[in-house]
Every structure is written in structure tokens, then in C-alpha cells.
Design a protein around this ligand. Structure first.
Ligand code: FAD
Length: 487
């Protein structure tokens, strides 16, 4: 018997470790899949993410049941749970797909030690990204610090095809005569009874605050299929316009691994083969380039685990971030008086998701207009985003704060008014999330900071005046960064 330890790879298909275990079942024994609700990981979780994860675990269990097997669910410390379960079911190997964050790597090392102590073999595999850290480097072998060069190599590299789901014969079956739960040696007789997926409350979390997308591989495939049917060909032109809503919404699936990256990439390439025009082809390439950003940030995190808490880029002096709890609270509530910023912050609350262009706008507003430390923004995103991904979130925040690899230069400061005008000209996105502005005309919405108090009162009496003056804050942000640079 072998164990496959699921973590953020909540699927049966296109899994490198699961496939490796299943294809060796004749020699090494059948595969028993297990998911462990790990308290140390839950410490960093949030209601929205836990809710999605629980749904995805339940969908994974249904997938295994449809294959005549089942998913064993446990709660505890994997250092204890995995050796005990291996002992209980007579497994002599545990396999899993690797993580890239510092925490995941520390946990994996501790589990490897525990399995070594218990004399259980183990193997881990690269699965989450197409090209593992170390495989795309500069000519002298150092990791890239600039995305464009990374992309050029990533783009042209051959990619693996998706891995097949396990053959049902390779999976443990609850009726399997070879496994005797009573003989398991564990303290409780139902040691291998899969049991139920624990509730939010069981795990110590409140109910989710956002309306979450459906979880599981079927839902992920539906999102991919509907994106590739048409939106992918408009992606290059429309991806920056939040009202067009033409992006794939796959971030949550790639974060939780409800779909494999090889499967996604293969389907994307198939859509590229269907491109009728050069523009359609380039649009699909634009999408592939976003998948490459994800891999670039995974490499950055792998080599620099501290980017989650520290600036990647060194300034000569500390950046003198402002500490203004009222402004920070107004940003979180979506009540800054800058319509596109407020729409983004409210989309975050309602959906646990924000459109990419708007993530950049609200992050720039927090770090440049309010001059609040990007770590505050990261913490808030981590609390609410259902797709929160350590590598991408830290990468995105440090980009906006001009502290990251390849970051926005400190002197290029987004103007939240012109960003709203350029990317949501009819204020359609803004009106969707800011009901106070629903009856205001688009010109007034975009001119909001310039309107007189009486005009604001006439257009949208319930909507706040801007909490800061962008022009003034732009100057003070430049001064803040120049002081940190020592200019
Ligand atoms: C401040 C900030 C924080 C962010 N936090 C996260 C996060 O926690 N999790 C997350 O997955 N993405 C994050 N992003 C990146 C990006 O905004 C989201 O991946 C994207 O909006 C998700 O929507 P989608 O799946 O429809 O994207 P699509 O446009 O359809 O892109 C396809 C996939 O490519 C990847 N991708 C796209 N853009 C980026 C990018 N800029 N960086 C890295 N990968 C990218 C994602 O996996 C995404 O699902 C952040 C960006 C910023 C500016």
C-alpha cells in the first residue's frame, strides 16, 4: 500500500505524484489518498479560503468514490498523522506534490524526517508549475529577476502533457480485503473510515463572508471551457477592462489545484491551434504569458521565501510608511471617495476575488496615495481572497509598492481617477459594486474628486468625498521613496 498526501492539489487527474504512485501500484501496492486538515496551516487561513477548500475536498472525495475508492480525511499534524496512517494500513511509501513557500517547504522537511523515523519511504514531485525552480535560469544558472527574459525561455520550452487519472484498480478500495481496519493498530477502530469533511465551525472558522465560486475539478473545467470558447480570443484587448469580465477566473483553481496546470496549458494550446487570425493567436499567447507570470513568482518565492514579509528590493533606508488607521479602514471598507478603488475593495468583500487591473489600482492607492505598508494590504488580501496564493500575492503587492522584482518604478504612480476613466469608461464596473453611485452619470463618477460638495450631494448623496488629495499624496509619495533611496 502507498499513501498519496493531497495538499493544494485537490484533484485526481493530471497529478504528477498521484500518477507516479498509481503507475507503480503493481510493485508497490495500491494508493490510499489522504487529506489532512493541518492546524499549523489553518493558522494562516481565512473563512473564505477554508470554505472553498472544504468544498474542493468534498468534490475530491466524490471523485474518488466514483472510482470505487475514497478519500481519507484527517485532522492533526501530518508529522503524526501520516506515519500513524501508514502503520495502520501497512503502507510503506508516502508521496506528495511539492509546495514552494517557505512554510510548505519547512513542513515537508519535517514530515520527511517523521517518515524516516518511522521507516516509511517517501517521494515528492514538482506538480504545481510546468517548469520547476532551477530549470529556467540565466545562462550562468542564476534565477531570473526580470520577467521578460524568463517568459522568453518559458514560452519556447516543451511542456509535459497532462497525466492520466489513476486507474481504479490502482486505488485503495474500502472493500479491499487486504486492508483490515480492525487490525490497523490505531487507537480507534475506524482508523481508515474516511468520515465526513469537517464543518467551518469544527475547524474554528466563521462562515465565509463572500459568495464563493463552485469548487472541484468539474467546476474548474467548466470555467476553463467557457473561457476558451471565446473570451481567450478577446483576452489581449479586453483583459484590462473589469466590466468586460473576460478573464478566466482560474486563479482559485490553480491555487487549490482543482485542475492541473498541464491540462490547462494543453487546452490553451489547442485553442491557439483554432485561432483564425494572427490577433487571435497573439491573444492566446497573452494568456500563456499570464500563466508564466505565475511560474515566475513561484520561482521568486522558492529562492526568496522572505518576500512574503520583507521587501525584495533594497532601499538605502527604511521606507517611512504612514500609519493612519482611519485611512486604512476606509480603504478596507471601500469608502475612500475614489470610485474605482472602492468598487475593487467591495468586489473583494463580496466575491473574495478582484479583477487584476483593479488589484493593481487598489494596491497602488494603498501604498502610494495612503502610503501604507504593502504588508497591510497583503494581510487584508490574504484574509479575503479565495485565490490567495503566497507567491502571486506577495509578487503583486511588491510590484505595486515598487519594492519587488520587476516592480513598478517608484515614480510611476497610478492616478486612480484616470485609471477609472481609462479602464471603466462607462463606470459599469463601478456601478456594479458601489450602489451609492448607481444613479450618478459616468462623467460625474470619474470627476468625483473635482466636483463641488453640492454637485456631489446632487449626484450621489450617500457616497463619501475623497479622503485624500491625489496630487498632494503623489508628491509626498515621491518624497517618501526618494528619502528611502537616499536621493
Ligand atoms: C496586488 C496583487 C495581488 C494579487 N494576488 C494574487 C493572489 O493572491 N493569487 C493569484 O492567483 N493572483 C494574484 N494576483 C494576480 C492576478 O491579479 C490574478 O491572478 C488574476 O486577477 C486572477 O484572475 P483570473 O484567473 O481571471 O486571471 P487570468 O487573467 O485569466 O490569468 C490566468 C492565470 O494566470 C495567473 N496570473 C494572471 N495574472 C497574474 C499575475 N499578475 N501574477 C501572477 N499570476 C498571474 C493566475 O494564475 C491566473 O489565474 C495579484 C495581483 C496583484 C496586483
Amino acid at each position: 500500500m502507498q499513501l498519496h498526501w493531497h495538499r493544494d492539489d485537490l484533484r485526481c487527474s493530471d497529478s504528477v505524484a498521484l500518477s507516479a504512485a498509481a503507475t507503480s501500484a503493481d510493485d508497490r501496492g495500491r494508493v490510499l489518498p489522504v487529506f489532512v486538515f493541518d492546524d499549523a496551516v489553518l493558522e494562516h487561513a481565512s473563512p473564505n479560503r477554508v470554505a472553498f477548500m472544504r468544498e474542493a475536498v468534498a468534490a475530491l472525495r466524490a471523485d474518488y468514490r466514483a472510482r470505487g475508492s475514497d478519500l481519507v480525511v484527517r485532522r492533526g499534524d501530518p508529522r503524526d498523522v501520516l506515519p500513524a496512517l501508514a502503520d495502520a494500513v501497512g503502507a510503506d511509501r508516502v508521496v506528495w506534490n511539492r509546495g514552494h513557500s517557505g512554510l510548505a517547504r519547512e513542513r515537508d522537511a519535517a514530515v520527511r524526517d517523521a517518515l524516516d523515523d518511522a521507516d516509511v519511504a517517501h517521494a515528492d514531485f514538482e506538480d504545481a508549475i510546468l517548469h520547476e525552480p532551477g530549470s529556467i535560469t540565466t545562462n550562468d544558472g542564476t534565477p531570473y529577476q526580470v520577467y521578460t527574459y524568463f517568459w522568453k525561455k518559458w514560452r519556447d520550452r516543451e511542456k509535459d502533457a497532462p497525466y492520466d487519472p489513476p486507474n481504479p484498480d490502482a486505488l485503495w478500495s474500502p472493500d479491499d480485503v487486504d486492508v483490515d481496519p480492525v487490525d490497523a493498530g490505531a487507537s480507534d477502530a475506524d482508523a481508515i473510515d474516511p468520515g465526513d469533511v469537517p464543518s467551518q465551525a469544527d475547524l474554528g472558522f466563521d462562515e465565509p463572508t463572500a459568495n464563493l465560486p463552485a469548487a472541484g475539478t468539474d467546476a474548474a473545467r467548466d470555467r476553463l471551457t467557457s473561457f476558451l470558447e471565446s473570451d481567450v480570443y478577446d483576452y489581449a484587448d479586453l483583459r484590462d477592462y473589469p466590466a468586460a469580465d473576460c478573464t478566466s477566473h482560474l486563479s482559485v483553481d490553480l491555487k487549490w489545484g482543482t485542475i492541473g496546470i498541464r491540462e490547462v496549458h494543453d487546452e490553451v494550446v489547442a485553442a491557439r491551434d483554432f485561432a483564425d487570425t494572427e490577433a487571435d493567436y497573439e491573444s492566446v499567447e497573452e494568456y500563456r504569458s499570464q500563466l508564466a507570470w505565475r511560474e515566475f513568482y513561484a520561482h521568486v518565492l522558492h529562492y526568496n521565501p522572505e518576500v512574503v514579509v520583507e521587501n525584495y528590493k533594497d532601499y538605502a533606508h527604511e521606507i517611512a510608511w504612514r500609519d493612519d488607521p482611519d485611512e486604512l479602514a476606509a480603504w478596507k471598507r471601500g469608502e475612500t471617495g475614489y470610485p474605482v478603488v472602492d468598487a475593487g475593495m467591495r468586489q473583494l468583500r463580496e466575491e473574495g476575488f478582484v479583477h487584476n487591473r483593479v488589484r493593481m489600482i487598489v494596491a497602488s492607492f494603498l501604498t502610494k496615495d495612503l502610503q501604507v505598508d504593502w504588508r497591510e494590504g497583503y494581510a487584508h488580501y490574504r484574509e479575503h481572497l479565495v485565490d490567495h496564493d503566497t507567491a502571486n500575492d506577495a509578487g503583486g503587492w511588491q510590484w505595486a509598492a515598487s519594492t519587488g522584482t520587476d516592480a513598478q518604478p517608484y515614480f510611476r504612480i497610478f492616478n486612480p481617477t484616470t485609471q477609472g476613466e481609462d479602464y471603466d469608461p462607462d463606470a459599469e464596473y463601478i456601478r456594479t459594486y458601489v450602489p451609492e453611485l448607481r444613479d450618478a452619470d459616468a462623467a460625474a463618477i470619474h470627476d468625483w474628486p473635482e466636483l463641488s460638495p453640492s454637485e456631489r450631494q446632487r449626484q450621489a448623496p450617500g457616497y463619501p468625498a475623497p479622503i485624500v488629495d491625489h496630487g498632494e499624496r503623489r508628491e509626498s509619495a515621491l518624497a517618501m521613496y526618494e528619502a528611502a533611496r537616499g536621493d
